[in-house]
Write a protein that binds this ligand. Structure first.
Ligand code: ADP
Ligand code: MG
Length: 559
């Protein structure tokens, strides 16, 4: 019986068919994931409906590439569809993801549309990217053999739907490949796509492959045999319970997704339950890759929806200052064909992101408290990146501040102190936290500006990374103590010291004024200072002025 597609479907099909330049590989991802969903459903139904006769061990998805007929077939023994279900599911656009995609298309028809389809898929209709004719044979698990359905379409305005007898429940989709899509008949191509997009699906995806047998003797003709091979590893380890994953498995998986040969420094395996459910398996690498600061190469966090790969490096899932974190997030609350544009404003994504940030920060905090050496090593690799968060992430600023560590006048070179340890060491008469900025430890260590602090026994943090000064613009206080540069203003003096200093300034008024006159264009003020003990003089920045490093940065920019 011939029927017309819903208008939206026709429009969508036109787009799909003409999407020459998009990534067509994803048609297989879409079909395979539908099959996987269908198997999930039949398994679920069989729990309550004992009349459903399904062999759990046999649940699988099979791919058959026929080079003679030029057909590409995907078969599953999932839940299948009744005739009405086929009408509803394939003849109309009912599900929210594709629907909003179509709405978006209608509101802004720009030239990138084909690429969007390629990237995100439009479910079942993706089949028409590679096929000019599609046959669907399906039988619902609750229907009789005689009540199978055959659906056929050439992707134009109409389709046919007829009854047919089918021996097994489940769905068989036969794609009659377009001439320019015959590459999909090659074993290696199929293997590659399955590995890329569907490796972690929990049912086997199989294909019959030709294997050559060992020769009986030298002169015998080579013999071959057909073997059914499983193409995916089926290891969605992030959906497993922690207790069921071994350390080796975690590390193998990390290697697989990161191409990093080192073991990760931290493994964060975390399942959120409640309003929003998602699985995440995240890693903090041991070393920064060469390209840490060139973000293009970064793989970051991959997004999966129900174990189906959606995209690499999903930047909306993690703030920039945690871009060293790698791993997988798998959500059941997103549609498969979610697009990057949609992600940006998606509430689900925002909530996941918040959760992840919290989890990563608490992991780092634990590392810092339990194994400071390990944390220091982490810091040397990624501290520069993490520091950006202190000025960028207001919500987590306090927690991020706790993660900061610095070299100081009390640490050896290459060793660090945290702010809370600094505070613990503060002598009673020290009320503020001090830092000195400079280009290197050597440069700040010998600065005359440190002298008075040393004499008083006040520890001074070394801000010797150019970004430190930027950080401190938003770090004005820690633990209710002001954070101050030694180069700005004066040390707090007790009454006696103050009097002495005033007297000195008074006594030397004339020479001070004459120096001031000579240097008038270069400096703001000449005065006696409490900060020097051994050196005769030093330059000091104004309390509200720029720091030394900032000045250097501006100079470098010719400002
Ligand atoms: P989505 O998977 O996002 O719902 P699709 O366009 O991929 O969108 O599929 C539309 C619907 O068709 C599915 O929701 C499902 O009900 C049905 N369907 C597709 N493929 C199969 C299949 N292999 N077995 C059973 N039902 C299927
Ligand atoms: Mg689908």
């Amino acid at each position: 019986m011939e029927k017309q597609f819903q208008t939206e479907v026709s429009e969508l099909l036109k787009l799909v068919i003409n999407s020459l330049y998009s990534n067509r590989d994803i048609f297989l991802r879409e079909l395979v994931s539908n099959s996987s969903d269908a198997i999930d459903k039949v398994r679920f139904n069989s729990l309550s409906d004992k009349s459903l006769d399904i062999a759990n061990g046999d649940l699988k998805i099979k791919i058959i590439a026929d080079k003679d007929k030029k057909t590409f077939t995907v078969i599953d023994n999932g839940v299948g569809m009744t005739e009405t279900e086929v009408e509803e599911n394939i003849g109309t656009i009912a599900h929210s993801g594709t629907k909003s995609f179509v709405e978006k298309l209608q509101s802004n028809k720009d030239e990138n549309t084909p690429d969007l389809i390629g990237q995100f898929g439009v479910g079942f209709y993706s089949a028409f990217m590679v096929a000019d004719k599609v046959d669907v044979y399906t039988r619902s698990a609750s229907a009789d053999k005689a009540d199978g359905v055959h659906w056929h379409s050439e992707g134009t305005g109409s389709y046919t739907i007829d009854k047919t007898e089918l021996a097994e429940h489940g769905t068989k989709i036969v794609l009659h490949l377009k001439e320019d899509a015959e590459e999909y008949l090659e074993d290696w191509k199929i293997r590659k796509i399955v590995k890329t997009y569907s490796d972690f699906l929990s049912y086997p995806i199989t294909m019959d492959v030709e294997k050559s047998l060992p020769k009986a003797d030298e002169d015998a003709e080579p013999e071959t045999t057909i073997e059914e091979e499983t193409l995916n590893s089926m290891k969605a380890i992030w959906t497993k319970a922690k207790a069921d994953v071994t350390d080796v498995e975690y590390k193998e998986f990390y290697r697989h997704i990161s191409q990093d040969h080192q073991d990760p420094a931290e493994i964060i395996h975390y399942r959120a339950e409640g309003n929003l459910e998602f699985d995440s398996l995240l890693f903090v690498p041991d070393r920064a890759p060469m390209d840490m600061f060139m973000q293009q190469e970064n793989k970051g966090i991959s997004l999966y929806v129900k174990r189906v790969f959606i995209m690499d490096d999903c930047k909306d899932l993690i703030p920039d200052y945690l871009r060293f974190v790698k791993g997988v997030v798998d959500s059941a609350d997103l549609p498969l064909n979610v697009s990057r544009e949609i992600l940006q404003e998606d509430r689900v994504i925002r909530t996941i992101r918040k959760n992840i940030v919290k989890k990563v920060i608490s992991t780092l905090k634990k590392m810092k408290n339990n194994d400071f050496d390990k944390y220091s090593k982490f810091w040397q690799e990624f501290g520069k990146v993490l520091k950006e968060g202190v000025s960028n992430d207001w919500e987590n600023k306090d927690k991020l501040t706790e993660l900061l560590i610095f070299e100081s006048s009390s640490t050896e070179a290459g060793k660090f102190t945290s702010l809370d340890d600094y505070v613990k060491r503060m002598p009673e008469d020290q009320k503020e936290i001090y830092y000195i900025s400079g280009l290197s430890r050597g440069a700040v260590e010998n600065s005359p500006q440190l002298e008075a602090f040393k004499k008083k026994g006040f520890e001074v943090l070394f801000f010797i990374d150019p970004i430190d000064e930027w950080v401190t613009q938003s770090l004005t206080e820690f633990d209710t103590k002001a954070v101050k540069s030694v180069a700005k203003g004066d040390l707090e003096l007790d009454e006696k010291e103050k009097e002495e200093l005033e007297k000195e300034n008074e006594n030397f008024k004339t020479p001070l004024e004459s120096i001031q006159k000579v240097l008038d264009d270069e400096i703001k003020e000449v005065r006696f200072s409490s900060r020097l003990t051994d050196s005769p003089c030093c330059l000091v920045a104004d309390e509200n002025g720029m720091g030394v490093n900032m000045e250097n940065i501006y100079k470098a920019m010719n400002q």
